[in-house]
Design a protein around this ligand. Structure first.
Ligand code: DGL
Length: 253
């Protein structure tokens, strides 16, 4: 494994792409692999033992791909499996809840809501991780068992499902609500029918920043590869290019 090795991302389905897309914007030159565990979807209603099994299988798949890091772009796996598997691999593992909670807990929030899967809510992982950094925040977690099926196209009209949980959350009068499942940002157009957009926090925003900073700090980033060819005057080209781009090598062909 070296800096050019890929970074693995995984989730039960398309949810993790909400993390992946943000990451690619931040570090576009990284080599990446995405794994969607559609066979075992949804994760949210599985037992902890099952979640540990799924997560280990995916981690072992990533071992065969010689990854330099794995991003657990799944809250449920971060909540129920990360602690068990975290020391079993010799590459970095980034879990979404633990990594983003630190940054979210620094926001000016008194009352914080969390929408998540049944597994994540029952684990109490968000509450525990946020309170670790800021014990003054009052937190209410609500499980939304059908939202993943709405996103994955298994339930056609999810509006009532969404309304039901948003109304329940609003009785708590939250300042902000975490979308604590990577599938939920896909529902933003429905969610904003019932609440202003800035009410919702997508942890992926903080998560990818954490990953970027850590990769840089650990000297694990890559710049990818780029090649420049010119048909004449390579030095002149390099010199003139400086205004827009630092071209380090040009080949004349
Ligand atoms: N998107 C995942 C999460 O963040 C899993 C959802 C599911 O499959 O139930 O929790």
């Amino acid at each position: 494994m070296n800096n050019n090795s890929p970074i693995g991302f995984f989730d039960s389905g398309v949810g993790g792409l909400s993390v992946y897309a943000r990451f690619k914007k931040l570090l576009p030159n990284e080599n990446t692999i995405y794994y969607g565990d559609l066979k075992n979807l949804p994760y949210g209603n599985k037992t902890q033992a099952e979640l540990i099994g799924f997560t280990k299988n995916i981690m072992d798949f990533f071992v065969t791909k010689d990854v330099k890091a794995v991003v657990i772009a799944c809250n449920t796996s971060s909540a129920l499996a990360y602690e068990t598997i975290k020391d079993d691999y010799d590459f970095k593992i980034y879990p979404i809840i633990q990594a983003s909670a630190k940054l979210i807990s620094k926001m000016d929030i008194k009352r914080l809501g969390v929408f998540a899967t049944v597994g994540t809510v029952n684990s109490g992982a968000y509450k525990r991780e946020i309170l670790k950094h800021n014990s003054d925040i009052l937190i209410k977690e609500i499980a939304c068992p059908n939202w993943v099926s709405v996103v994955e196209g298994k339930i056609s009209n999810g509006t009532d499902e969404i309304k039901k949980h948003v109304e329940e959350m609003f009785e708590f009068a939250p300042d902000k609500v975490i979308l604590g499942c990577t599938h939920y940002p896909y529902l933003i157009n429905d969610l904003i029918k019932f609440a202003p957009k800035d009410m919702f926090i997508d942890p992926a925003k903080y998560f990818v920043k954490f990953i970027k900073d850590d990769l840089i700090k650990s000297d694990l980033t890559t710049v990818g590869t780029e090649k420049f060819y010119v048909s004449a005057n390579p030095e002149l080209f390099m010199n003139n290019a400086k205004m827009f781009y630092n071209v380090e090598m040009v080949e004349e062909v």
